[in-house]
Design a binder for this molecule. Structure first.
Ligand code: PLP
Length: 499
């Protein structure tokens, strides 16, 4: 393809993509294909000779589109949203044009410098304490990763190394006894997360080869981790001679959007602060962090000043096209000292002179995408007020669904009330087993209908339907339609049970 063919094909693609966006609301949300549907439609091996681009473009419609689940559909109320926008899409085209691995400042100075600026903008938008800013006098900083799981793994590595360094600081560097003690401690390390923490904490512990322990959550406190439960877990671990070094605290758990008890966590960990046993606390706000753009939620960010790192995904609720996961640390030195390796082939004068940030030292991979561009486009094209309006709409829609569900206490119970555009519900019945069975039946029926895609959760053996209203296209009419289907389905199921 030469540049003239590129102009023609790319312009045609933009038109087709715009048509696709317009068509999404009328499409079935979930792909309606069987596993393995694609292989028989494609040749067994790659074409030996070039194919005309028209043929490739045509196959997007014929072969790929049927296997697409439409995440931007107003009927997509599953998981958490993965929102996009036209400004982000255009930025991705530019990012693609500036294609490169961008690991050091010198690889494209604008890539690094824009990231530092927009991460400060974003930190201030979500009211993060100033210690997380990149600009002086802060010692912290922000970096964009591809996913919350990757961000969490990265800080867990830094937490481990910081903990081991503090615990062995009394031993001389390079001495065998220091290495022996480090190795002994490694076998005792424990990463902690609540029972509601996302599975990425357990996975990171698995990758690092450290133990993972769960702190219970409290149903009476909306399934949030409470300080006293953390204190008890720490005592139990200490009694077993184990070394807790890391904790994930969650702002907006995946199943029900619970917010852990930050003041209680601060109290439980206070005796360790300033000692070698200090536990690194990472706040995982992967989804709900976007809600901190609303003034009423900003106080939730204040206690984060006591913790070590904070992460949320603008690609979830802030219109910034996957992938864009924003991570801040209070001490950038902790990341760099853990992750910086300087082979001769990566060295350059700017880095050697310490004049620049090289984000390769703030992440696990070497190469990195130009992700800050889409964040910059989105922040400018919407402004803070536009993003607040978008987030608020999702919140209000979930509240309105909750009110509708409450208007039919004969059919539904609210499992957890609307929080950050997520509400969870169950179908009424006399006993728990029947509640579970009916709720699961209703859930299956709604998803089979094709107009909506919902997901579910199970906490303490209780099955609940999750409805997430944070997709940008969701409006009152969609919530009304879903409510109508929920009522119709629940009435049918309850009636069938009585017959
Ligand atoms: N943390 C929480 C609270 C989440 O809800 C999710 C995903 O929904 C994740 C982490 C994982 O996000 P990612 O896919 O960016 O790794």
């Amino acid at each position: 393809m030469d540049v003239d063919e590129f102009r023609k094909a790319a312009k045609a693609a933009i038109d087709q993509i715009a048509d696709y966006h317009e068509s999404v609301p009328s499409r079935r949300v979930l792909a309606d294909v069987e596993p393995g549907y694609l292989r028989p439609l494609l040749p067994a091996s790659a074409p030996l000779d070039p194919e005309p681009f028209e043929a490739i473009a045509a196959d997007v419609h014929a072969k790929i589109m049927p296997g697409i689940t439409h995440w931007s559909s107003p009927g997509f109320m599953a998981f958490f949203a993965c929102t996009s926008s036209y400004p982000a899409a255009i930025a991705e085209m530019w990012s693609n044009a500036f294609n490169g691995a961008h690991f050091n400042w010198i690889c494209s100075p604008a890539v690094t410098e824009l990231e530092a600026v927009v991460m400060d903008w974003l930190a201030e938008m979500v009211a993060l304490p100033p210690c997380f800013l990149t600009r002086a006098p802060s010692l912290g900083g922000g970096v964009i990763h591809g996913s919350a799981s990757e961000a969490l793994l990265t800080v867990m590595v830094a937490a481990r190394d910081r903990f081991l360094a503090a615990k062995t600081a009394h031993l001389p560097d390079g001495a065998d006894e220091k290495e022996d003690e480090t190795c002994r401690l490694r076998g005792r390390l424990v990463a902690l997360g609540s029972a509601g923490a996302h599975s990425s904490t357990k996975k990171a512990a698995q990758v690092l080869g450290v133990r993972f322990a769960t702190v219970p959550v409290d149903e009476d406190h909306g399934f949030a981790m409470q300080g006293p439960d953390l204190a008890r877990t720490l005592d139990d671990l200490a009694a077993r001679g184990l070394e807790p070094f890391y904790l994930t605290a969650t702002l907006g758990t995946t199943d029900v959007c619970a917010v852990d008890d930050f003041p209680g966590i601060i109290d439980a960990l206070a005796p360790r602060v300033g000692t070698p046993a200090d536990v690194w606390v990472h706040v995982d706000a992967a989804y709900a962090g976007s809600a901190l753009v609303l003034d009423e939620n900003k106080p939730l960010a204040a206690p984060v000043a006591h913790f070590h790192s904070f992460n949320f995904n603008p690609h979830k609720w802030l219109l910034t096209t996957f992938d864009c996961s924003a991570l801040w640390v209070r001490s950038r030195a902790d990341l760099v000292s853990s992750l910086s390796i300087k082979p001769p082939y990566l060295r350059n004068q700017m880095s050697d002179d310490g004049l620049v940030t090289d984000y390769r030292d703030w992440q696990i991979p070497l190469g990195r995408r130009f992700r800050s561009l889409k964040l910059w486009f989105v922040l400018r094209a919407y402004g803070v007020s536009g993003l607040q309006a978008h987030v608020r709409r999702g919140v209000v829609l979930a509240e309105s669904l909750e009110a509708k569900l409450r208007s039919r206490p004969d059919l539904f119970s609210i499992f957890t009330p609307a929080r950050f555009a997520l509400v969870t519900l169950r179908v009424r019945a006399r006993d728990e087993a029947t509640v579970n069975a009916r709720t699961e039946q209703l859930y299956d029926a709604i998803n089979a209908g094709g107009a909506f895609y919902l997901t579910s959760t199970v906490i303490g053996a209780k099955f609940a339907i999750r409805v997430s209203t944070s997709v940008a296209a969701v409006r009152d009419e969609h919530v009304d339609k879903l409510f109508g289907l929920l009522v119709e389905g629940a009435e049918k199921i309850i009636k069938a049970g009585e017959e």
